[in-house]
Write a protein that binds this ligand. Sequence first.
Ligand code: GDP
Ligand code: MG
Length: 303
Amino acid sequence: THSGYITLMGRPNAGKSTLLNAFVGERLSIVTPKAQTTWRRVTGVLTSQRAQMVFLDTPGLMTPGDLLQHAMVAAALEALREADLVLLVLDAAASRGRSDLEGIEAVLEERPRVPLLCAVNKADVANEEEIAALSRWVEDRLQGEAFPISALLGTGVDDLRTRLEDLLPEGPFLYPPDEIAKDPVRFFVAEMVRETVFEHYRQEIPYSAFCRIEEFREGEDPVYIQAQIFVERESQKRILVGKGGSSIRALGMESRRKIEDFLQRRVYLDLWVKVLQDWRRKRGHLRKLGFPIPDPHPRRRGT
Ligand code: GDP
Ligand code: MG
């Protein structure tokens, strides 16, 4: 299987949401109900037989005028840091001129060494020359691959999706597909806690943490949510909890704020940390967390 993070970039109105919906079709997926504010936010997960694509949004990134400001570039780079692949969406029907493209180029120039694909969107209403010019620009200036598409009509969308899947790194799925399908709200809440872990801790802790929502009682005010953070080692748990529980309290408060903003409800967040020894490398643990782990097959070991 292939899996990874795809950072979506593009001006407002370029067609990012429409494209996500076109990718989704009848497949297993989700899209957040609400615009998000932080630099790293999962907006959709698309799981097929062979690949899992996790889409990250970069809100505010491409707003004209803000673009060249240092803070925005820093935020953009932060969002790009986790990308396995960058997907730029351009609106071929609205000409914005050179300086706009130069602004995009300035941000993308400093991206990590990951592939860049570009959806040259609204091909159904754009003129041929503009589509060709944008495609050339993507190839020459960004060293990317251009895909003329119509997100609205679905034209060219399958080819783009196939190419995205091919270019993602080989590896196991990042999220249990069933869990996302069953209850997207739970998934997003867990993702917000995990995101906060990323913001509060350095080095290996974020990558060793997996968050699962154990209880979600919506009928209550405040909404009662019990979340469990699994880590790989006792030493990580000590760091996560902090002296006298100070770190976990700060993590809980910040996470709760995001969840309240997302749900538009008051929330009581009950946060627990549990060691699941080396869970990332243990078949049984991964299964328990809901990841689809096939039985070991002697000839395919290590793939
Ligand atoms: P976002 O701000 O990048 O998420 O853009 P949206 O997905 O919300 O799309 C902005 C507008 O462009 C909406 O009115 C869409 O219907 C329209 N749109 C998106 N893709 C296409 C396309 O391929 N062709 C046409 N004609 N309109 C499109
Ligand atoms: Mg949108």
